[in-house]
Design a protein around this ligand. Structure first.
Ligand code: SF4
Length: 427
């Protein structure tokens, strides 16, 4: 078991051997980088109390099932994973469903599954499920640094995807030793695929967000922004640098909202991180573009310093009227000038975005506005995803939902405008 640090806790939580002799297995990843960090934390928690990890689900006594429900497809994949775990589990094994499905659609989960589960908002329940007490549960204290080395956690995938993962992992392994950034398109690809890099370490700087987007159910499982103090993150990065780590991912549901609950900002965090003398690169996921209105110029200034290699601003649409119905807190003219500023003044930074195609009531004119934005190639990576109606999201009450085949047609139309070499599969 790797030496688990407790950056944040005054003292290491009490360690029991209540799970001694038990084997714990974590299922294939279905979720995002932030939830994968949580899954690692749950695995470390079970190991901390005596269990050992196993890659073989059939010999496991405790099976932690990773789930997601941000889209219909991820929810279906998660339920398949739950069913498969029940099929493969040995008699008496304890299956525990973790991740966002439990917080977003527990009703559907319980139609298929009668066992234990908990959501990221209610982690201490994992301790109760394993008969560990309050003191022993302190390990899961949210004010304790969370992170993990990345790399794809897939075993049961198609040959095509397996080859893709293998090629991507290999490219990272070479780039970790000899930089491949002299090949521009490959450098960009490596920047926005650090989640597949086994030498990249991802830190969860906060949980949750401050958004109220009409299509999104993530707050149902992750709650409002809860940030880790800057000092915890700095201490963690310094210890990673001391261990020779060169690539660090900062992630959350919305990194842009970092620190609002602490009276700090994402700019404060990045300025502190840039005071660390060691050489390393930063890859930053999920900054809601609304924060460009407040921090755009400062983020450009910091990006010119050269540590930041990747920034992701999920636009979700290129049409102001759709953005209003999505309840996104910005309009295009408030964010695009900042994106152009990044391209002009920090050209080494790889920029990523995400677009939802087929939002309820999306007219052909609105679709055309988004197509024009994608066509102009503001971003080096653009993920186009199908709109899916999520239970509990306000879009559920909206009328004029588009038929699924029309949504798919719009995804393909927008993907045709993407000029980057790799189009990531849409979920
Ligand atoms: S900012 Fe909006 S889209 Fe992002 S997690 Fe929060 S509610 Fe969802």
């Amino acid at each position: 078991m790797s030496n688990i640090e407790f950056v944040g806790l005054k003292s290491a939580p009490s360690k029991s051997l209540k799970l001694k002799g038990k084997k714990v297995h974590v299922t294939d990843q279905v979720s995002c980088t932030n939830t994968r960090i949580y899954m690692k934390r749950y695995e470390d928690f079970v190991q901390y109390h005596g269990a050992v990890s196993t890659k073989n689900i059939k010999e496991a006594d405790i099976i932690l099932v990773d789930t997601c429900a941000v889209t219909q497809q991820r929810e279906d994949m998660s339920l398949e994973m739950v069913k498969k775990s029940e099929t493969l589990a040995k008699g008496g094994a304890k299956i525990i469903v973790c991740g966002c499905l439990a917080g977003i659609n527990p009703k559907r989960l319980q139609e298929y599954y009668k066992g234990d589960f908990f959501s990221p908002k209610n982690e201490k329940h994992l301790a109760q499920i394993l008969d560990l007490d309050e003191e022993e549960a302190k390990f899961l204290d949210p004010y304790n640094i969370r992170g993990r080395f990345m790399g794809a956690d897939y075993t049961d995938v198609s040959l095509g995807l397996r080859l893709g993962i293998y090629a991507c992992t290999l490219a990272h392994q070479i780039d970790n030793v000899i930089s491949l950034h002299w090949i521009p398109w490959l450098g960009r690809f490596l920047d926005y695929s650090q989640a597949a890099n086994v030498k990249a370490y991802a830190i969860s700087v906060s949980q949750g967000c401050l958004g109220n987007c009409s299509f999104c159910v993530i707050p149902m499982s992750k709650g409002e922004t809860a940030s880790l103090p800057i000092s915890f993150i700095i201490e963690k990065i310094q210890s990673l640098c001391a261990d020779g780590v060169k690539k660090i991912i900062l992630t959350s549901e919305d990194v842009g909202a970092y620190g609002v609950d602490l009276g700090a900002t994402v700019v404060d965090l990045l300025e502190h991180i840039h005071r660390i003398k060691e050489e390393f690169y930063l890859y930053i996921n999920f900054i809601d573009p609304r924060w460009l209105r407040l921090h755009g110029s400062d983020l450009v200034k910091i990006s010119k310093l050269g540590k930041i290699r990747f920034l992701q601003f999920p636009l979700q649409s290129g049409s102001n009227s759709v953005l209003r119905r999505m309840r996104r807190a910005y309009q295009m003219e408030q964010v695009l000038p900042h994106i152009l500023e990044f391209r002009r003044r920090a050209p080494k930074v790889t920029l990523g975005t995400q677009i939802i195609a087929g939002f309820p009531g999306e007219t052909l004119e609105e679709l055309e506005e988004t197509r024009q934005i994608v066509k102009k190639n503001y971003f080096h990576r653009t993920d186009i995803i199908d709109f899916t109606n999520r239970p509990g999201a306000d879009t559920e009450k909206m009328d004029s939902h588009l038929p699924q085949d029309e949504i798919r047609k719009r995804v393909c139309l927008l993907q045709k405008e993407i000029r980057t070499p790799f189009i990531m599969p849409s979920y």
